[in-house]
Design a protein around this ligand. Sequence first.
Ligand code: FES
Ligand code: FES
Length: 161
Amino acid sequence: MIWVVKITFKVNGQPITLDVKPNELLINVLRDKLKLTGTKYVCGIGECGACTVLLDGEPILSCLTLAVDVNGKEVTTIEGISKNDELSEVQEAFMEEGAIQCGYCIPGFIIMSEYLLRINQKPTEEEIKEYLKGNLCRCTGYVNIIRAVKRASESRTTKTG
Ligand code: FES
Ligand code: FES
């Protein structure tokens, strides 16, 4: 008999109830069971940040998080960042600044950048680097990514004054 646990949680605002194995990782539930493949699996050991999602609004690595630990909580993935099929300012800024190449790392960068701009609307370059230091990109280099976060910050501050 395979031991399973029933968990209930929200993903991008939608309530979900699922049976999971006690050792099942959140990333596998998101990608394989819920088909939310925007969250990327790269290193699987907490080194690259590609699998970052928000859990009750705080960034976590879904490759190091057991699915049973999200019971009763709310998960936001990259699919929940755009609203009504409209890209967020951060997503727009990444495109405008050419901060995307293969795109594999980008969901993690976007989630971390969204979090940063929520807690600090006008981060300095040093603060951006500090917040994104756990996210690795093999393609773009980091200059355009940092520029994109600054651009999103400026566009938000202009809108909100
Ligand atoms: S896949 Fe989770 S940190 Fe790399
Ligand atoms: S865009 Fe390819 S790994 Fe970052």
